[in-house]
Design a protein around this ligand. Sequence first.
Ligand code: BGC
Length: 443
Amino acid sequence: MRSYVVLISIVAALGGLLFGFDTAVISGTLNFIQPYFGLSEAGLGWTVSSLLFGCIAGVFMAGKAGDHYGRKKVLMFAALLFFVSAVGSASAHSLVFFLVARVLGGLAVGVASILSPMYIAELAPAKYRGTLVSLNQLAIVVGILVAFFSNYILVGTGENNWRWMLLVMAAPAVLLFFSLFLVPESPRWLVARNRNKEALDVLIKTSGEEFAHAELKEINETLKNQEESTFSELFSPKIKPLLFIGIILAVFQQITGINTIMYYAPKIFANVGQSNDSALLQTILIGGTNLIFTLVAMVLIDRYGRRMLIIIGSAGMTLMLAGLSVLFFTNHTSSVLVLVFILGYIAFFAASLGPALWVVAAELFPNRLRSKGMSVAIVALWIACTIVTITFPIMLERLSGGITFLIFALICLANLLYVWRFVPETKGKTLEELEREFANVKM
Ligand code: BGC
């Protein structure tokens, strides 16, 4: 694999790192911002979810702006937003100011959540596309871990500790902004703007002289004589089935419950009677497992394909959650098996749905509709994420752990059956080959 492509992917994946960091950093600040801004429990809920509302708007914005201004420029804009959000939220003296800063951060997360994987997919050679796009998921996971660690380190810095926690994000934001100067624009976007010469230069560097000309020709064919796309085209008979697959997979990635663990692990552990002291250890175990099994996925995804990974991963997730549910039903929650099942669940997610969803979402749509199609699917993801985040504590309280985890286990099983029956394999083919294939297949 060419080091140039790896460099480009790493730069773009910094967007994923900021995505992970920004969504996770808030958890460590809660106990301090609540008294500072005088927030009720409900107020705290709104403050936390303000980011998620920003995300939804950001994804839509990126869908349109990514086509108009290019993937790279809009990612640069996101880097600026991340910076402003970090400095703004860290220096806030009023709640309104704080919320505005968090919403701006959310906009940036939304933009990065689609443009980083999409940009990598559009630059990567077909053979390594799965691995390279998964690098973005690795970065998300690293971002989450860095946030947990930096919060832990900064918690003892006095009454302004939460400000420092939030300010940390300014550093990777600056890094993303400047490193984007080192990478080229997506060749597929350049062709859409009739900038064939520049597209060819990029393709020569990413795929090599021998493939570049043929690839350029193929990209041109998929884009020829077409005006700028519209969102309504996503509902045309040929594209609608792809849109459904994207939306359903994105929603499944969230409703299989990953963020019940990522966001609420301490609450679950407290629920089963464990002390707060072990919080850091749990964070390391959860974050570390997530990281290691994302690496496993990166090795396997282009060899065995996206479908195989998701099918096996969903089966594993189903079993782990079913096990957890049984422990709750039989009142064996003090058992070390709780931790074993939770870590097993994370491992199966990280090796499958975690990265594979982002890979497939970036591959499904034809060149001219990729930005818009992916944005609709990922808006669905953020909405599902918001709903699960808000309802999980209520489910745990009203339905008990046994029923709650049983429901998530059944959803994982449904995901398995859905992917097995409806989701096509996308490994190893160029985006143009996939485009032709999907145009001819009745789904
Ligand atoms: C999901 C996030 C999740 C993260 C955990 C991502 O693929 O979209 O919602 O927090 O994985 O690793």
